[in-house]
Ligand binder design. Structure first.
Ligand code: GDP
Length: 317
């Protein structure tokens, strides 16, 4: 009976039913086995959506920009899903975040699906649920999946493993942005967007970004810097164009396939690693001999690496 219900959920999801997609993501968030089963079923349908990661410090205008990009994509009759990764709270489901309101123009549009989720997985990185949610969005026939992550640093690096095109959003007059760019984030973006281009420091900012980019190795794709005023929708068409150009470039060059292969491999490893960790943690709780092993480390009778080796050997056995 349950089997039948899930099957019809999969069918509705594949047909692009927004409510089915929302329900499916909730199953995943709740770690409900029906959710994993659903992903298994619809996975062959994935791989068609264009996955665009947008990242950058808080307040630069990412949400506003995604709202404006969504409008742009809808003009081209493309279906859009937005996945917002909320770093602040693990309890985001159903919450209407302040910045999500900027997407409210699109809430009633059947061709637009918006969802925010908690950020971190057990081992850092995007949570397992986030990755599965993106797959479900893809399976439901969305043309564009925008994944928004906040912050400077690790979150930006994580997104690289899950997108076809990565847009780094910065704003003028923020030294942080340039620092982040220098600190290695530079290699991440495929497109840089300088939002709030109404700010007088915009030209200076763009010069600084060019300077930082010129320090990097030469590549077949020259990272374009697009200036936008998301709040007014200015420059957004050009940003959409650059995203499409990048995608066409990596498709033609063959790197899209490479990226996706790498991303999927990473995803498998991440899932396996986080499950392994859960198993080990459960073993620590349940198994008296594992607790004893850990106690022996505390008493300095056995070193941590030897204990870890012992633990893994038990898992294998
Ligand atoms: P996020 O935290 O990166 O998602 O940023 P938001 O989209 O929430 O935007 C932060 C603030 O910047 C909001 O008050 C926006 O209205 C404002 N904002 C967004 N785009 C622009 C812009 O192009 N110019 C100006 N002056 N303000 C903007």
């Amino acid at each position: 009976m349950a089997q039948k219900t899930e099957q019809s959920l999969a069918e509705r999801l594949i047909a692009g039913d927004k409510r089915a997609l929302a329900r499916a993501i909730t199953l995943i968030e709740n770690d409900d086995p029906a959710g994993w089963e659903l992903v298994r079923e619809v996975f062959p349908r994935t791989g068609r959506a264009r996955i665009v990661g947008l990242t950058g410090p808080p307040g630069v205008g990412k949400s506003t920009l995604i709202g404006a990009l969504t409008t742009e994509m809808r003009k081209a009759d493309r279906d859009v899903a937005v996945l917002s990764i909320d770093p602040s709270s693990p309890f985001t489901r159903g919450a209407l975040l302040g910045d999500r309101i900027r997407l409210s123009d699109h809430f009633l549009d059947a061709g637009v699906f918006i969802r925010s989720m908690a950020s971190r997985g057990a081992l850092g990185g995007l949570s397992e649920a986030t990755l599965q949610a993106a797959l479900l969005m893809d399976a439901s026939g969305k043309d564009d999946v925008f994944i928004e992550t906040v912050g400077v640093g690790q979150a930006e690096i994580d997104i690289v493993d899950h997108g076809d095109t990565i847009v780094l959003v910065l704003m003028p007059g923020s030294g942080d942005s340039i620092q982040a760019l220098k600190a290695g984030v530079m290699e991440i973006p495929d497109v840089i967007c300088v939002n709030k281009a109404d700010h007088p420091m915009t030209d200076t900012m763009i010069r600084e970004i060019r300077g930082v980019l010129s320090l990097g190795p030469p590549t077949s794709w020259r990272v374009p810097i697009v200036r936008t005023e998301a709040a007014k929708g200015e420059g957004v068409a050009e940003l959409a164009e650059k995203i499409a150009e990048h995608r066409a470039h990596i498709e033609a060059e063959g790197t899209l396939e490479e990226r996706r292969a790498r991303n999927l491999r990473n995803e498998v490893l991440e899932l396996a690693a986080s499950r392994m960790r859960r198993r080990l943690e459960a073993a620590v709780g349940d198994d008296a001999s594992v607790r004893e092993l850990l106690d022996r480390v505390v008493k300095r009778e056995i070193d941590p690496a030897s204990a870890a080796k012992d633990l893994l050997e038990r898992e294998d056995g």
